[in-house]
Design a protein around this ligand. Structure first.
Ligand code: FES
Length: 146
C-alpha cells in the first residue's frame, strides 16, 4: 500500500473511533510512525489537511513526543529504559558500555518505562522487550540488533 493511501486509511479509521478529529491525531501519528519509522513532511501535510489543523500544529506534536521522528533513523534502535525502577536495578552502570558497543551500529534511545519495572533493567528492540539485563545480555542484544 502506498504511503498516501495508508495515511488516508489510518485517518479514516481513527476519526471513526474518536469523537473529535483532533483526538485522532496521536493515534494516526502512532500508526504512521509504526508503519514507516517516521512521519514525513508529506504525511504532516496530509494529516493536517484531513483533520483541519495547521501543519505547524501537527509538526508541533511530532516534534514534542520522543516516539515520533520527522526523518527515518538509519540505524536499528534499542530503547533503553532509564526510569526510576530500572535505575534502582542498575541501568546507569550499563549505559557507557552499551554506548561503546553500539557506536555507529545501533542507535540507543532513552525511554522512561517499558512497563516491566519489577524485572529491569529493560530494553526494547522492535516490539520486543528484554528484561533483567546485565552488561553481557545488553551487549549481546546490541550485537543481535546491529
Ligand atoms: S522503570 Fe524501566 S520498565 Fe518501568
Amino acid at each position: 500500500m502506498k504511503q498516501h493511501e495508508a495515511i488516508t486509511e489510518s485517518i479514516e479509521r481513527q476519526t471513526r473511533t474518536h469523537d473529535r478529529a483532533r483526538a485522532a491525531l496521536l493515534p494516526i501519528l502512532h500508526d504512521i510512525q509504526a508503519e514507516y519509522g517516521h512521519v514525513s513532511e508529506d504525511a504532516v501535510r496530509q494529516i493536517a489537511s484531513a483533520l483541519n489543523l495547521t501543519r505547524a500544529e501537527v509538526h508541533g506534536v511530532v516534534s514534542f513526543y520522543h516516539d515520533f521522528r520527522a526523518s527515518p533513523q538509519p540505524l536499528p534502535v534499542l530503547k533503553l529504559c532509564r526510569a526510576e525502577a530500572c535505575k534502582a536495578r542498575g541501568v546507569e552502570a550499563l549505559v557507557e558500555g552499551a554506548e561503546r558497543a553500539a557506536a555507529g551500529k545501533v542507535a540507543i534511545e532513552t525511554v522512561y518505562c517499558l512497563g516491566l519495572c519489577s524485572v529491569g533493567p529493560n530494553a526494547m528492540v522492535g516490539k520486543e522487550v528484554h528484561a533483567r539485563l546485565d552488561a553481557d545480555k545488553l551487549n549481546a542484544l546490541i550485537g543481535a540488533a546491529a
